[in-house]
Design a protein around this ligand. Sequence first.
Ligand SMILES: [Zn+2]
Length: 288
Amino acid sequence: MSRMRACDHCGHDFHISRQLCPHCARPALYGNVFAAEDPDEVAALRGRYDEARRAAQARGAGVLPAVESFETEVSNSRAVVARPAGEFQRLSTGDNEIYATHYELIEAGVRFPSGNKWDALRPVADESLFPYYRDKIRFAALTLDCQGLPGYGQCFLVLRTDMIAHRASVYEENSVRFFSKRFRPGLDDEPRLPRGYRATWGERGKLSVAKLAEKIDASTPPGAYSGILLRPGSASEDDDFVEVHVWGPMTIRTLERVIFDKPTSRTARELTNRANKQRMAKFGVTLG
Ligand SMILES: [Zn+2]
């Protein structure tokens, strides 16, 4: 995985974490998207995708068309962030409230690490995937039915595709879990993580086929696709989903819709009252 890129304008190399070319100062954003566009990543994903299609074809009549139907659906999937109701309430107070990253909150002194089992691995995994720009990345999951992962909060914030498509990339699964299984330490030039497991937003259907085609057969109804793409586990390490990495800030205006894990809960009923629905409509957000 190359960590250097050439400036689109002056042609000189610099590190992908930079937001400006250090030589000519022209904008150079979205290191995660640049990493997903790396020709070695693209070729490796293409190989996995082609293999998944070949295997589907070999499983019998009707399997490949079902896999193609799944790909079409996932190519129109959305990104969803699950957060506690309090975070949604804060964002909903106005469009100057920003959804911050874990590292920004720690840096600002308003949060400290919770000491949970992810804390030891997360910084190493994030630094490996997002070298020197991990504080810019927000995490989400691909969804077909606007449902998210309730382990992270009861509010499912569905992101507006036109606000994230240019700065989002997707990853095979929870990147910390993937890292814990597949990271290869060393000082040689070989990649530390296997290639072909990250993709641009536009290629999310292909990545999902490479990962999930084996779970689809000729009789799989389209209604089952959402549960194949995103399946909450009994604990967060058991969640199975395609992870979305979004570079940069988000506000209430980045959201398209907000729904609740348990729509009949007291919190959900309070937050989806008529006044709130009208207030959110001003920001273009559908509530409930
Ligand atoms: Zn330049």
